[in-house]
Design a protein around this ligand. Structure first.
Ligand SMILES: [Zn+2]
Length: 355
């Protein structure tokens, strides 16, 4: 019998059957580090430098911008201001900065207005780009659950909704299990490594670790930090080890098809984040707030993780509702008719997966 190879960076020794210790010893995720370098350093930071250097000085002297901002103090504020202050959750970071840092509030107000006004041109540009070149997909074609996802997204969402969510495509890392740590770093495992770690842990600890796994990264986390809105891909990680056999909305789905429905639903969930944070006006946002406050239970079990944070619960509830709207429309209609009705009225283009 040959000896088992010993890996230098062995992370699942039995004397380490403790998730915190395992995470402390694991390597920092190269994938998430690469994403941070590509998007934050490459796009978000360089955009901000450009904004501070050349755009902001111009806005300070722009009479149209000044006129709109001055109207805030008048008896008839410009209608745009309501959207700037109450619509588009993706503007929340900037709005909070204004409250926390009143000394710089004039410049931040200009940035808020500039960013809000950048949304429509970004959608127009993305619509043309999708029509001309489609969306970009990486890593999906090798997974039989995902090989039809390019066509499927067009059929389910349509060009207009995809453009409004500012989605540029899907990037899928099927073998990467990413676990965020308390220290702020993400640790990375292969699926096989992760499986061995789970097997070495007591059942409760294994479940907790699986629940910490990053399933996907929404494109809107980048847009929260940009100075003007841009399209970004939905980023997906490994799906293995997801417990999908006891999910109520999948109970009528053939057991062999549940993983596929779960995966497609996760893409829909992420697109839902885009629609929520970018495309909601003050009116449609308020309506969603009222509906989610009036429901006595969350649309899926997943949303319960956010029960302590009303903002996140509201956003995750929306993203999960987009998932159900596409992958389990009858379940949504039967159990959450007000939610189903909200989507019929405000997002009539979204179609069910099965027809
Ligand atoms: Zn989410």
């Amino acid at each position: 019998m040959s000896e088992l190879p010993i890996e230098p960076n062995l992370i699942y020794q039995s004397d380490q059957a403790n998730p915190d210790q395992i995470l402390a010893n694991a390597s920092v995720s190269e994938i998430t580090q690469g994403i941070v370098d590509e998007y934050y350093l490459g796009v978000v930071c360089s955009q901000r430098q450009d904004f501070l250097r050349s755009i902001l000085p111009r806005l300070r002297n722009d009479s149209k911008y000044q006129q709109i901002l001055n109207s805030a103090k008048s008896s008839s504020p410009d209608p745009l201001l309501q959207e700037v202050f109450q619509g588009q959750p993706a503007l929340n970071n900037l709005r909070r900065q204004i409250v926390h840092d009143p000394a710089n509030s004039d410049d931040q107000l200009l940035e808020l207005l500039y960013k809000h006004l950048s949304y429509k041109p970004a959608v127009n540009q993305q619509r043309e780009s999708i029509k001309k070149d489609g969306l970009s997909f990486q890593g999906t074609s090798e997974d039989p659950d995902f090989d039809d996802v390019p066509r499927l997204l067009f059929r389910v969402f349509g060009v207009e909704t995809l453009a409004r969510a500012l989605v540029s495509g899907v990037r899928y890392y099927p073998d990467a299990v990413i676990i965020p740590t308390d220290g702020g770093n993400e640790k990375q495992f292969s699926r096989a490594e992760f499986r061995k770690i789970l097997d070495s842990l007591p059942v409760e600890a294994a479940i907790q670790l699986v629940n910490r796994k990053v399933r996907a990264l929404t494109s809107t986390v980048f847009n929260e930090d940009t100075t003007s809105f841009l399209p970004f891909p939905v980023i997906l990680f490994a799906f293995t080890d997801s417990d999908i056999q006891n999910i109520p909305y999948l109970s009528k789905v053939d057991t062999r098809k549940r993983m596929r429905i779960m995966k497609i639903g996760t893409v829909c969930h992420e697109i839902g984040h885009g629609l929520y944070s970018l495309s909601l006006s003050s009116k449609t946002l308020k309506e969603w707030e009222d509906i989610s406050a009036s429901e006595d239970r969350p649309v899926t079990e997943y949303v319960k993780r956010y029960c302590d944070n009303p903002d996140l619960r509201q956003e995750e509830g929306f993203a999960e509702s987009v998932r159900l709207r596409v992958t389990a429309p009858d379940y949504l209609e039967d159990n959450f008719p007000r939610v189903a009705n909200y989507f019929t009225r405000n997002f009539p283009d979204i179609q069910p997966l099965q027809k």
